[in-house]
Design a protein around this ligand. Structure first.
Ligand code: CA
Length: 429
């Protein structure tokens, strides 16, 4: 069919029929196409080198009459706004356009099936899938399944994968100030950290710090106050720490070194054997639940509290900045909401499972649990301040964030004295 019907106006009832051959300059008359419901045809008239008729069609349907005049401006708007694209920026999914589906990868720093940690990340991915109606699917990989655990930061930063889960202090070599967003010795507990991050400007500082690394961080998990660790001898004074080899990472390790000990870096999987064989004299890990599962009670006799070095470590979710920017606001909100839910879920799990495991350690494995003597804690607290001040002198970001952290921690602490701490004392018989 080489005949064309062209509208002569926005009235769909009036068309000019001409033969496409006119376009190439052939001069011949023509007739209406088969099936066109022509009701009246004007006498042929000559225009340029073509014969033409103005055709009057049968009355168009009401629908066409009503909507065709609107069609042109709507098409223009669609072209200008790109609203026909599947990754539109509307906050609600389009009813007429199939929404884009995203398939993302999340790599963690945890072993496969690592309770609470890896479990919490799997739950997060499930929550996001439900909240987005399946538009954002996140496949979770444990440490080493796709990238080595300690390369997960770089993998997200470079955009190899969209997300990672770990802890900010793992990247202390690269970003020393990041340690404030996990835990610092004698710093804030989980409640204080959540207050600082969500309501005290902490999260804004964290995002600013990670921005040059192309990452958007979210708090996602907290272990609560950890245990002080397992020792192969009794600790009665600060002098007993001298010469001890202890697996203790981060700033806590630096404080331990100031006390005369030797901090050792070691992955979780190596700890039991090292302690059992005497390669190390002491270790910290997490808390009763994870420590019991690792069997540390079989390798050392003395179990100390509190975990002065890790009073409420925050776990982090990192999202690649470009990938984050490609999401519609509703998908971004789903990630933010699911990360907050996971933050709460993990802390609740630790709080509920640690006391059960502690009872098992005491009653079934006959573990002796000791509180660090007040003198040891007092000395470690002083040494912690020394370490933080020293680190602040080495790095401007560390100094700036340390000041913000300390101001909030001091203010929050003064309120906590009259609230949580006073109540904890009050409820004791
Ligand atoms: Ca720990």
């Amino acid at each position: 069919m080489n005949r064309l019907l062209l509208p002569v106006s926005l009235n769909p009832a009036r068309y000019i029929l001409f033969d496409a051959s006119c376009i190439v300059g052939l001069n011949r008359p023509h007739f209406g196409p088969t099936g066109t419901q022509i009701t009246r045809r004007s006498p042929p008239h000559y225009s340029g080198n073509c014969f033409m008729h103005t055709l009057h069609r049968k009355r168009p349907t009401l629908l066409a009459t009503a909507f065709v005049p609107l069609l042109v401006p709507l098409l223009l708007i669609a072209l200008l706004t790109g609203c026909g694209q599947s990754d539109n920026t509307n906050t609600a999914p389009s009813m007429t356009v199939k929404a884009k589906t995203y398939n993302w990868k999340l790599v963690t720093t945890w072993p496969p099936n690592f309770p609470i940690f890896q479990e919490g990340v799997e739950r997060f991915a499930d929550d996001v899938k439900i909240l987005t109606g399946g538009r954002l699917n996140i496949k979770v990989y444990a440490g080493g399944e796709l990238v080595p655990p300690l390369q997960s930061f770089d993998a997200v930063s470079q955009g190899t994968v969209e997300m990672s889960h770990g802890a900010a202090y793992y990247w202390a070599g690269k970003i020393p100030a990041g340690q404030f967003f996990t835990a610092v010795p004698f710093g804030m507990n989980a409640q204080g950290m959540n207050s600082w991050l969500y309501a005290g400007g902490g999260l804004e500082l964290w995002r600013e710090l990670y921005k040059p690394h192309n990452l958007v961080p979210f708090p996602m998990g907290n272990t609560g106050v950890q245990m002080g660790g397992w020792f192969n001898k009794k600790i009665d004074s600060i002098a007993d720490l001298k010469g001890l080899k202890m697996r203790i990472p981060g700033l806590g390790g630096k404080v331990f070194a100031k006390a005369g000990g030797t901090p050792v870096l070691m992955a979780g999987g190596e700890i039991y054997t090292a302690l059992d064989r005497g390669t190390i004299d002491a270790t910290e890990w997490v808390g009763p639940f994870h420590d019991e599962r690792l069997g540390l009670y079989r390798a050392a006799k003395y179990y100390y509290y509190p975990g002065w070095h890790e009073p409420g470590p925050v776990l982090e979710l990192n999202v690649n900045t470009t990938a984050w920017g490609s999401l519609t606001p509703d998908l971004q909100k789903a990630i933010e909401t699911a990360a907050s839910a996971s933050n709460l879920w993990m802390l609740a799990q630790f709080e509920a499972k640690n006391f059960e495991a502690l009872a098992k350690l005491k009653n079934e494995h006959h573990v002796q649990v000791y509180e660090f003597p007040a003198e040891v804690i007092s000395e470690l607290r002083k040494l912690s301040t020394v370490v933080l001040e020293e680190e602040a002198e080495k790095n401007a970001d560390f100094k700036r964030i340390y000041q913000a952290y300390k101001t909030f921690a001091d203010n929050h602490g003064s309120w906590s004295e009259l609230s949580e701490e006073a109540y904890a004392k009050a409820r004791k018989p």
